[in-house]
Design a protein around this ligand. Structure first.
Ligand code: AMP
Length: 356
């Protein structure tokens, strides 16, 4: 265990998007500084962080300088090259740790890990060749979904199979990228748990939220989610189990499918998560502060929910309707992106339905 960081210490954040931006704001409120590492200029986090290393992930010298200038390192996205992590880790602690990152970077490793804990996942099979694809369809059947093992996000890198005839086209669309074929889960709705684990092993989970996607991108998160008391307990216990097993430090997002037979784990994200943005206005301590506290070695805060909230993402030109969307009980969070391209997350709003 590392000593708690003193006030004024610097947290290094890999990635300069909106998650990095909101982490930097939370750190500033706690009297901590942030230094982001991000190849792009004028990125959302660069507007609010103290320092910005603008360099590529294969720039060993910049990585070493960045690591030397911070006290601890965290990240806002999971696809960080292994070679960069090797350099960084030689200098400073990285939270969440390498094992958490490696587990969530590869859907096959992730599902195998989850099953080793006795947790329910969709049935799956590894696919790296035409023969594997045939064998996978024979084993898993249809309907099913073929997903690239790495680098998939917001529903990208996925192909659906309605019947076994779709197998060849689906595998071709992966362009030889190692994939997993997943059996289709007949779920009633999707929920996620945002959990936090401190360096001393304390765990605190936010109330599960219910997620609705549009065009493969998160559209809304509603809290409370439709769950029985037993399912709600189960959801947070699953999150705690995973974090404890990984000796995790920081905030984790866990996506679950709700089925009549119980909860099925879809995926884990080793970082603050879009489906946890409601915590900014629904809790005293939000996911960003909780993450900063954990990586700084500070005690976790009270993340109990005090209001009913609907978080809605502002995608592309949704942001132009802000005047109509934003009512007095609506908190606005914009990311400072200049170009409202279709599908781009520009901001989000949190609508409060009950007041404390
Ligand atoms: P993912 O990239 O794994 O989060 O998948 C994106 C979305 O596709 C999920 O939020 C689900 O709505 C849907 N999906 C993914 N995997 C499955 C599955 N095995 N069965 C049914 N729907 C799925």
């Amino acid at each position: 265990m590392n000593d708690p960081l003193p006030i004024g210490a610097t947290i290094g954040i890999l990635g300069g998007g909106q998650l990095g931006r909101m982490l930097a704001v939370a750190a500033a409120r706690l009297g901590l500084k942030t230094c982001i590492f991000e190849p792009g200029g004028d990125c959302p986090a660069s507007h609010v962080a103290n320092y910005h290393f603008q360099a590529d992930y294969d720039d060993a010298e910049a990585l070493a300088k960045f690591a030397a200038s911070v006290d601890v390192i965290t990240y806002e996205f999971e696809n960080i090259p292994t070679s960069a992590l090797d350099i960084l880790e030689a200098h400073k602690p990285i939270h969440p740790n390498r094992r958490a990152l490696a587990t969530s970077q590869d859907r096959l490793t992730e599902k195998t890990f989850l099953q080793s804990l006795g947790l329910a996942t969709a049935p799956f099979a590894n696919v790296e060749s035409d023969d594997d694809m045939q064998a996978a369809v024979a084993e898993i059947g249809t309907p099913s979904i073929l997903k690239t093992r790495r680098f998939g996000y917001d529903g990208k890198g996925q192909a659906r199979l309605k019947a076994s005839d779709d197998a060849a086209t689906a595998w071709q669309s992966m362009q030889d990228a190692a994939s997993v074929l997943e059996g289709f889960v007949d779920f009633s709705h999707e929920v996620s748990v945002i959990g936090a684990r401190a360096q001393d092993g304390a765990v605190s989970c936010f109330d599960p939220g219910e997620n609705i996607h549009r065009d493969g991108i998160l559209h809304t998160t509603t809290v409370p989610a439709r769950l029985t008391p037993a399912q709600r307990s189960d959801a947070v216990l699953i999150a705690a189990r995973i974090m404890t097993e990984l000796d995790y430090v920081g905030v984790m997002g866990l996506e679950l499918f709700v089925t009549p037979g119980g909860l099925i784990v879809n995926e884990i994200a080793p970082r603050v998560h879009n489906s946890g943005h409601w915590t900014q206005n629904g809790c005293l301590i939000d996911q960003f502060e909780q993450h900063i506290r954990a990586v700084a070695g500070w005690p976790l805060g009270n993340g109990a929910r005090h209001s009913d909230i609907v978080m809605e993402n502002l995608i592309g030109n949704d942001v132009e309707q802000l005047a109509q969307i934003a009512q007095s009980d609506t908190a606005i969070h914009l990311y400072g992106k200049s170009d409202a391209k279709p599908g781009r997350k520009m901001g989000h709003i949190n609508r409060i339905y009950t007041k404390p």
